[in-house]
Design a protein around this ligand. Structure first.
Ligand code: ADP
Ligand code: MG
Ligand code: ZN
Length: 493
């Protein structure tokens, strides 16, 4: 994007509150990608006249967790309202949402960028219900649409930030941080592809240095973080080029065409729709007991950003490693459980083995941490063997592979696979002596100045040990014996 325009972006996020039942009825939440259409539907969520909604307390609990995790001011009383409009996926003709008196306002979220930690203001957090889903078909020369109400009435949390994001990196990082919070507090799995989390950037540009706001567009239908980034980048460039040429941005809702890599017009937003909001007469105001709010606050886990900072300070990890280890709560929990169980292995060693070899195995097998055949205690046991010098890194990798496949006590696996690292001085001496004797020519050349031959000789000795010699001690022994021949000036034994 050109230097002369500053990006201005605010996020509107819809997160499904993944409770058991819907927002105002007992129907279960079903997986939209597997369930048959219209299997989770009742008179309430299909909009039959005269049916009464009942507030799902679990959904309020979930919403409250997020509002508190986002440092919001939670309002003791909030009001559900009817947002009226016609659309075939909305059988009641209105959506129940919170409007004038939302659950919570004025919070903030911290996230990291290359320039350091940034903070975005959370304007509001409110509860609403989802709509049904339409599938448009075109067959036998006819166009028609199918209506699936499984999603109708599913609890949604809307989270709106102020337009305070000024780079694509900030947009991405803020969106990730928000997703991470939702996952940490256990209300949403963060799945964009399935539409469980929908992130819609509102985007405008303004001349650098200006504090006015330019006309914004809103982008919908982004089903991955990659799309969020690409669409934001594209749109910022499009707007900057347009304004530069003297054109004007039209306020509208855009879709993202992932194949072509362009934003496409969906509907013009030049005329604000009149939703005729009014308080939902079938629901009482949502009144929260202050004691309950405090209970939910007290039960919040340590949140990702705080945990990230604590990992850096307490375990002396790099920001990168701390980021990898705290992105998911279960990973961070696992890591800290390893540290808890370890007797000799330190935080850095554990960080390396969790974020490196263990993650590689998980990724290759497509397995989640909770499905592992072993627990943190086993990994700690293995790392203690490494830290204590009982096995070397290559051996430990083998043991980890074995743990991953079958589980079991690490010490037993080491024994069974014969991976015990050998550091007995007598034994090392014998191996080194044998190698020197068998390679007199190379030793002479090394002493004559061919330095790289040292590593070659070391490799021979390690090979002779079957890879089991303690590498540091073996190296020292090799150095010692070569130095001895040199100073004695004698022929090799
Ligand atoms: P509406 O209520 O019509 O959806 P809002 O003013 O509440 O509009 O803003 C919706 C979202 O758009 C918020 O995330 C906000 O930060 C963002 N936004 C508002 N104005 C701008 C702007 N000029 N540029 C970019 N984003 C904006
Ligand atoms: Mg809005
Ligand atoms: Zn229902």
């Amino acid at each position: 994007m050109s230097q002369t325009y500053q990006p201005v972006v605010g996020l509107e996020v819809h997160a499904v509150l993944e409770t058991r039942s819907k927002m105002f009825c007992d129907c279960p939440l079903v997986d939209s990608t597997h369930a048959e259409p219209n299997v989770a539907v009742c008179p309430v969520c299909s909009g039959m006249p005269g049916m009464l909604p009942v507030i799902n307390q679990a959904a309020v609990d979930y919403a409250l967790r997020v509002a508190l995790a986002l440092n919001c001011q939670v309002h003791p009383t909030s009001i559900f309202a009817r947002k009226s409009y016609f659309y075939p996926d909305l059988p009641k003709g209105f959506q129940i949402s919170q409007y004038e008196q939302p659950l919570a306002t004025q919070g903030w979220l911290e996230f990291d960028t290359l320039e350091g930690t940034q903070r975005v203001t959370i304007r509001r957090v409110h509860i609403e219900e989802d709509t049904g889903k339409l599938t448009h078909k075109h067959a036998d020369g006819q166009r028609y649409s199918l209506v699936d109400l499984n999603r109708s009435g599913v609890p949604l949390l809307e989270i709106v930030t102020e337009p305070e994001l000024h780079s694509v990196e900030a947009v991405r990082s803020c969106a990730y941080a928000l997703r991470s919070v939702l996952r940490y507090v256990g209300v949403n799995s963060g799945n964009l592809e399935k539409g469980l989390l929908r992130i819609e950037p509102n985007i405008s540009v303004r001349p650098a240095g200006s504090t006015d706001f330019g006309t914004r567009v809103e982008i919908k239908n982004l089903n991955s973080f990659r799309s969020l980034e690409r669409a934001t980048t594209y749109e910022l460039q499009r707007q900057a080029a347009l304004v530069q040429q003297g054109g004007q941005v039209v306020q509208q809702t855009l879709g993202w065409d992932d194949d072509r890599g362009v934003t496409v017009a969906q509907r013009s937003k030049e005329f604000a729709e009149d939703y005729r909001y009014f308080p939902e007469p079938d629901l009482p105001p949502l009144v929260l007991d202050p004691a309950w709010i405090e209970q939910v606050r007290a039960a919040l886990p340590e949140l990702p950003h705080a945990r990230h900072n604590r990992f850096i300070e307490r375990y002396d990890l790099t920001p990168y490693d701390a980021g990898v280890l705290t992105a998911e709560r279960q990973v961070a929990d696992f890591y800290e459980a390893v540290l808890e169980a370890a007797k000799q292995a330190d935080a850095k060693l554990a960080a390396h083995w969790v974020s490196g070899p263990l993650f590689n195995l998980l990724n290759e097998a497509g397995v989640e941490l909770h499905a592992l055949q072993f627990g943190p205690a086993e990994l700690a046991g293995l790392l203690d063997l490494v830290a204590g010098g009982s096995i070397n890194a290559a051996g430990a990798r083998q043991v980890l592979g074995e743990l991953f496949a079958h589980g079991g006590p690490p010490a037993e696996i080491v024994e069974r696979l014969g991976l015990q690292q050998i550091s007995d001085p007598q034994q090392l001496q014998t191996w080194v002596a044998a190698v020197l004797q068998q390679n007199l020519q190379q030793v002479t050349e090394y002493l004559g100045g061919n330095a790289p031959l040292f590593n070659w000789l070391f490799g021979q000795a390690l090979k002779l040990s079957g890879g089991k010699a303690d590498p540091a001690k073996l190296r020292a022994e090799l150095q010692r014996q070569i130095a001895a021949t040199e100073t004695s000036g004698e022929e090799l034994p």
